[in-house]
Design a protein around this ligand. Sequence first.
Ligand code: ZN
Length: 198
Amino acid sequence: MASQEIEALASALARLPGLGPRSARRAVLWLVKRRETALGQLLDALAAVQDTLVECTTCGNVDTRNPCSICADPRRDQKALCVVEDVADLWALDRARLFTGRYHVLGGRLSALEGVRPEDLNIAGLLARVEAGGIDEVVLAMNATLEGQTTAHYLAERLETFPVRITQLAHGLPVGGELDYLDEGTLAQALRARRPVG
Ligand SMILES: [Zn+2]
């Protein structure tokens, strides 16, 4: 039976996605054994983001500055915009370092089952960015799930009236595949082989 403090730490960690109570306890033990090195590093990293985390009002990315470091980077291709469901997808694609443009985070995907409607997603922000001009290509990088593809079709229709090329990730994506879980090679391949929607 561990102390109250250790139990509190374990249960806080157990709430993290992908960690259950068992792996949370293992993480606690791991940290306790390395309190001189890893624990201090973790505390510093947490403290550094605690007060500074913001959502980018342009693209929806999460960063310590607004506009985020991707939106603010002048070396990024202003003409290409990649639309993703979630911030985790943005990070996954950006880790692959193949897309040099900017991003737009929808904040989810259309889902009749979960009652997610177009107005629940940041579609208005996307249309406003495209309408503002200067964008040649919109890459719809939705997950290869039914809901992801429904969302992509909906967006393609809404974007039809704008003078932009609309592409989507190639179907090298495994069916049901979520971008965040793909290895970078698969993701890179899907992005490289992107094709027009429709
Ligand atoms: Zn941004």
